[in-house]
Design a protein around this ligand. Structure first.
Ligand SMILES: [Cu+2]
Length: 167
């Protein structure tokens, strides 16, 4: 190892050790898709890494960017109708495991945006985990994040929740 490599290794250790040392959750690759007008809806996706040796659970999400923030999943009825039922009990994150929120699966739903959003805007959300506690995450709006699936969230039926279509 050259002296330069040694310095690099030392610097890397300095920056990475605190992250590995803490027994919490890490939120990776957060992004939101939304049509953006006030009162409309949006969806938020990210991956949760659980570095702890105990099972955890995402039990709550709050943000002042929407009137309602809910955890949703996707489900398909026998006759092929897709719905997005709320999951009030939240999403489990296994010990040393991962929770993946993605299009067509579990996601965070924003209903009734309190301000207009566009690509590049950043939403602040507070996630509450059963064990890891509260984690604040900055979520960029990036509608093109997975272009192939962009239409997936639109046209979803929230009428079962008594909400009028807002977009
Ligand atoms: Cu939803």
């Amino acid at each position: 190892m050259t002296r330069f490599q040694t310095l690099l290794a030392a610097a890397a250790a300095l920056f990475t050790l605190p992250a590995f040392a803490h027994e919490g959750v890490h939120i990776n690759d957060p992004y939101a898709i939304t049509r953006g007008a006030i009162g409309s809806t949006g969806a938020v996706f990210f991956t949760v890494e659980n570095h702890a040796s105990v099972d955890d659970r995402l039990v709550g999400v709050t943000s002042d960017v929407a009137d309602m923030v809910e955890m949703h999943t996707h489900s398909q009825s026998a006759d092929g109708v897709m719905t997005m039922p709320a999951v009030p009990e939240g999403f489990p994150v296994a010990a040393e495991g991962e929770l993946v929120l993605q299009r067509g699966g579990n996601h965070i739903m924003l209903m009734g945006l309190t301000r207009a959003l566009k690509d590049g805007d950043v939403i602040e959300m507070t996630l509450t985990f059963e064990h890891a506690g509260k984690v604040v995450v900055e979520v960029p709006v990036d509608n093109a994040h997975q272009p192939a699936a962009t239409g997936a969230m639109q046209g979803m039926d929230h009428s079962s929740m008594g909400m009028a279509p807002s977009n």
